[in-house]
Design a protein around this ligand. Structure first.
Ligand code: ADP
Ligand code: MG
Length: 274
């Protein structure tokens, strides 16, 4: 089970991305990047962070440790920013924390070399979970102590927003042309051979079991949270079996508005509009 801590101090908001995570200190003396249940994109973003973050870690990729964080909004009372105040007020109770990597730098493909094997593992993993938010516009990776760390898995498993189409989505190809590691010659064959057999039903069941119950309740079309957990396992299991042959790495696409839902295209294009 994910460790649970209690937030003791709200330090500062992180305005880099779209969801306004905050840095908090907790009662275990740890410092965490906190993702709020009250953020606009809702609890499914946090479900995606848990499932993909833990799956990545279990597959040997570097993802900072995740924890459950209890928040009493009272700790944000001194926060002058109205937007932050509202977010804290809307997020009392259980939230998600990711271990804060002090002194890390945002990944810059021109300044940091990634080997073909590692690039292959990251691209294959992103294809598995259909991550559409690790592009050259917005890498969502950090460099810390000379190594690559993966963060921000909120915009993955897009099928969880439309379960009726999930079966079809499981088989959908992954276009990695805009992936930030596309230019490092990712060795996808080696990654597939190494990682695909490790994505077993048991592993997926264990990972999905870590999602807090309260982020899964009342999903339309599901009789129970157990049935919903099962659906997360099934799509990823099916995808692991078929995705290796369906990853393409082509030319970068020009920066045009996408057909993605509004909240998602805002995430994908915010770097470009800055
Ligand atoms: N674990 C971490 N350690 C250090 N900095 C982080 C960590 N997680 C996120 N950040 C910083 O905060 C920014 C926003 O976090 P991210 O998870 O990408 O959220 P968003 O959903 O807003 O894009 C990142 O781009 C990065 O600069
Ligand atoms: Mg981000």
């Amino acid at each position: 089970m994910l460790e649970e801590v209690v937030a003791t101090r709200y330090v500062t908001p992180l305005r880099e991305g779209g969801s306004l995570p905050g840095i908090v200190e907790a009662d275990d003396l740890g410092t965490y990047v906190m993702k709020f249940t009250g953020a606009g994109q809702g609890r499914k973003t946090l479900v995606a962070e848990v499932v993909c973050g833990l799956l990545g870690r279990r597959l040997g990729l570097r993802v900072p440790e995740l924890v459950r964080i209890q928040l009493d909004p009272v700790i944000g009372l001194g926060e002058p920013d109205q937007e932050v105040q509202e977010l804290l007020k809307a997020s009392g109770g259980l939230n998600l924390g990711m271990d804060f990597l002090p002194g890390s730098l945002g990944f810059d493909p021109l300044a940091f070399e990634v080997g073909a094997a590692e690039a292959g593992r990251v691209v294959w993993f992103d294809a598995l979970v259909n991550n559409v938010d690790r592009s050259w516009r917005n890498p969502n990776m950090l460099v810390w102590h000379g190594e690559l760390w993966l963060i921000d898995h909120g915009a993955t498993m897009i099928w969880q927003h439309n379960w009726r189409g999930a079966q079809a989505a499981a088989a959908k190809p992954y276009d990695a042309s805009d992936h930030v590691l596309a230019s490092f010659g990712p060795d996808l064959a080696a990654a597939a051979a190494e990682l695909a057999p490790r994505v077993t039903e048991d592993l997926l069941t264990e990972v999905v079991a870590e999602v807090p119950e309260e982020w899964l309740v009342d999903e339309p079309g599901f009789e129970s949270t157990a049935a919903l957990r099962r659906a997360y396992v099934e799509v990823l299991l099916e995808r692991a079996a078929v995705i290796s042959d369906r990853i393409t790495v082509g030319e970068r696409t020009p920066d045009t508005p996408s057909q993605a839902p509004e909240w998602l295209s805002a995430r994908l294009h915010r770097k470009a509009v800055k």
